[in-house]
Design a protein around this ligand. Structure first.
Ligand code: SF4
Length: 343
């Protein structure tokens, strides 16, 4: 493979092409966040202060296909820090096509009446980052400049605006919290969240022992989940409903970054592509051989490797992906059997 072949994955995409490549977009208005979570890769990028203003956004969005319904997720950084811009962007996307599905990922600290209205009216799908009960959540999710409990503040906001049943929750499973996985999920269901998703912290140093135990924990929550559903509980762990078979090199989503350009990964913007080209090519060829890795994962993995100065172990990522595929293949659930409809 020649280095120029991978240029298209590591350079900004041509704006006019992006809306036909995929229907799934992430938008990072900025990389700035009011928290400093232990496993976060974004916090390391905060010196990059650029903001996707509404003016820039309007220019970008001119090429969107008004006849297509897109899945658009505001990500970041913390999108609610830029609430004014965010609301204008959401209004424009809905004006272009009311069928555009908009999600907003937030740590929940800045939720207010505006966010409440957007969530309750169904204009946005709110996704709250929360890992479980207070001690478990606050192990990793922390304020930058004070020792206040993040959990307490997020829960108090969700209570104040009665948003539990209108919000999805996203849990990050890491080395220091996977032991409490059953407890965390039970707690989130008790709070009233109807949709739960979990991500795994691939940058943690998982040993074989930890991976074996992580597998046991995930199997345990799958079993508990199906038993809960049989007993009439109505919640969804969205990971169990995803089709685990990804086609190698499929484009699954694109990122619109604060510079007004689209990329295959939000980390592309932060690596020195020119000076790492040979190294990138070597890893690209290696990772593209694995089944079940999308082009987004390959590009993200390589960027993370460079950003972490070679401290990321690709084999761990591959092992976790294989493990998840094996578990999900065994258990992926026929949703119709649950007897209720997930929104
Ligand atoms: S809330 Fe999200 S973006 Fe902010 S520090 Fe935590 S993980 Fe990173």
């Amino acid at each position: 493979m020649s280095p120029s072949v991978i240029d298209k994955y590591f350079l900004p995409l041509k704006n006019r092409d992006v809306f036909s490549i995929t229907e799934n977009f992430y938008i990072d208005i900025s990389m700035v966040c009011n928290l400093n979570c232990r496993y976060c890769n974004i916090v390391k990028l905060q010196k990059y202060r650029e903001v996707l203003t509404f003016d820039k956004f309007e220019v970008v969005i001119k090429n969107i296909d008004p006849n297509k319904a897109y899945n658009i997720t505001f990500y970041g950084g913390e999108p609610l820090i830029f609430l004014k811009e965010l609301v204008l962007m959401i209004e424009l996307l809905k004006k272009i096509n009311p069928q555009n599905k908009i999600s907003v990922f937030t740590n929940g600290i800045l939720i207010n009446e505006t966010v409440e209205k957007l969530a309750k009216s169904g204009v946005i799908n709110l996704i709250i980052s929360l890992d479980g009960e207070k001690t478990i959540n606050d192990m990793n999710r922390k304020y930058k400049y004070n020792k206040k409990s993040v959990y307490k503040d997020v829960i108090s906001n969700l209570k104040k605006y009665s948003l539990f049943e209108y919000s999805n929750v996203n849990v990050v499973i890491s080395l220091n919290n996977y032991k409490y996985l059953e407890k965390s999920l039970s707690h989130l269901v008790e709070l009233g969240f109807k949709n739960i998703n979990f991500d795994i912290d691939y940058t943690a140093k998982w040993s074989d022992f930890d991976l074996k135990n992580l597998r046991i924990k995930i199997l345990s929550i799958v079993k508990k989940y199906f038993s809960d559903i049989k007993n009439g509980k109505k919640y969804c762990i969205s990971n169990f409903f995803r089709n685990p078979v990804k086609k190698n090199n499929n484009v699954r989503y694109l990122f619109l970054m604060p510079d007004g350009n689209f990329y295959y990964s939000e980390y592309v913007r932060f690596i020195d592509y020119k000076n790492h080209k040979q190294e990138i090519l070597k890893f690209f060829e290696r990772l593209a051989r694995y089944d079940n890795m999308s082009i987004n994962e390959i590009v993200s993995g390589i960027c993370m490797y460079i950003l972490h100065k070679g401290k990321i172990n690709f084999d761990i990522f591959i092992k976790i992906e294989k493990m998840m595929k094996e578990i999900l293949n065994k258990f992926t659930f026929d949703y119709e059997n649950t007897g209720w409809n997930r929104k």
